[in-house]
Structure formats: structure tokens, C-alpha cells
Design a protein around this ligand. Sequence first.
Ligand SMILES: [Fe+2]
Length: 295
Amino acid sequence: MNSYLNTHKTMSELCPRQLTSNFQRVNVGHSHDEAVILHTSEQRELDLIQLPHVQAVIYTPHTLPAWITGLGVAVRSGTFQIDRTILSCVTREMIEAWLEASISANMPSHAVRLAFQEDVLNLVDRCAALTGASHFYFRAMTDVPNRNCGYHVDTVPRRLPPWGLLRVYCGPGTEYVEPRNVISMSEFYRYLSKRNRYIRHLHEAPQEDDVGHAQILAALADLDEIPSFLHQPYERYVVPAGSIVALTHINIELHWSDHAMGLAWIHRSPMEGERRLLVSVTARQSGALRYGTLK
Ligand SMILES: [Fe+2]
């Protein structure tokens, strides 16, 4: 018996089309019911993300290991923090070196530190196995939720594998919507464009213009509270704590187009709650190496 919690489909039902080669996922039409989000308690089923109509696979273990609980205490209290870090094109070895150099002694214990490092490298190995990549786009951070990031889809340069892995170890989980609740991708992009415009206005408004800032923030709050691209605007979901998500990224050339829903996962960071710890990894082609730490 398979372990899908919300979808009880056979593999043949899940594979109406063959996987495509060289990472070119076919635009499978605009039907809403083709796109699905799978839930599993089997880590190996994260690989089902390769199916053309699967937006995301959410793997939730039956029980979380004790070290994640210990990590959560340290993150919530602020004793363990990671600056928002992006390593834009790195190998597994470079990520390992970064972990060695950057994971501070503020970890609750050496055992927790080792378990976290090993877990992050497992994510990288899984991404390598999934995509065949030797270089990765890697992000890690502890962050207090805020309103900066609304619903969006992650993008990937053309000809790259469109799959990434994301784990929120502790704190509020990533929010997402079911594809059947989305009116259309064009409605979604209309929403995204409007929200981006508000964010731009917020940055452009003079600092001393308190009223202007308040008006834009109120409009943003409305947009976040009642997303116009949803049939049921209050129907939204949260990835359970400690889950690993395999998610589909949209080819950058299709971003803003009325593409099939199966080609990208609509999600957002939580907007309120306690400090969280997030790591994500996506395939990148080899090339010029660039490091960056964004403060
Ligand atoms: Fe994202």
C-alpha cells in the first residue's frame, strides 16, 4: 500500500505521461485537476516530484528525531542563528566546508550540530540524485516571519532541473494552496504583479510619509489576507514542522505566462510566528562560483 495521505492514486494514474528527458517539462495544458500536491511518510517518495503534474511532494516523518527538538529550542531562544546565506553555485564539498565554518558553537550540543550538518548534506545528496547535478544553489537562514514574501513560485534558469528541496526544521512552516483552489495561473500572476507593485511603492515612499506607508501596508495586508487568485481565499495549508518538501520550480522563460499548474508550486513564507530555521537546495550548472552572505 502506498503512503499517500491525501491522494489515493495508483502509480499508473499518477503517470499519465512519460517523464521527459533533459529536464524539459512539458506544458501539460491548463487543466486544474492534473496538478497535485502529494503527501507521504516515505522519504524515498520525494522522487515523485519528477512526475509532470506534481507541484510538490511533502514528506512528513511519523516522529521527528530528538535533535530537531533540541535545535528548535536553540532557534526559538535566538541562541543559535544563521545569517541569511545564499551560496549560488557550489559543490557538496563546498557546502560541507561552509557548514563546518559557519555553524556556531551555540548549538545545544555537539551531537545536535553533527546531526544537523549530516541532515543538510543528506538534502544535498538527495538533490544530486534527483537531478544529476554536481553544483547547487543553496540557502540557509534563521528568520523571524515577516510580510516581505507573499505567494510566489520559485524560478529556475532554462535547461536546469526544475526541482528543489526545502526543509523548515523548526518554527512556522511554509504556507501553500491546493491547485484545485487556484482560479488560473494568469489570475495568480495578476495578483503577484499587483503585490510586487505595492512592495515597490513601499520602498519608494518617503520615510517621513507615515500615512502613505500605512496605506500601502493596509493594502498589502488585504492582498495577503484575501488572495484574489483563489476560489476559496481562506483555504490555505501549512507544511508540518520538520517536513521535507520536494518542489517544482518554473522555468524562468515561462514565469508570468499562463502555464500549466503542474509546473510550479504556489507557496509563501509564514508571515507571523516564532523564529524559524530553513534550508533549501536546488540544482545549478557548474560555472563561475559566487559566494554571498546577505545581511
Ligand atoms: Fe519560494
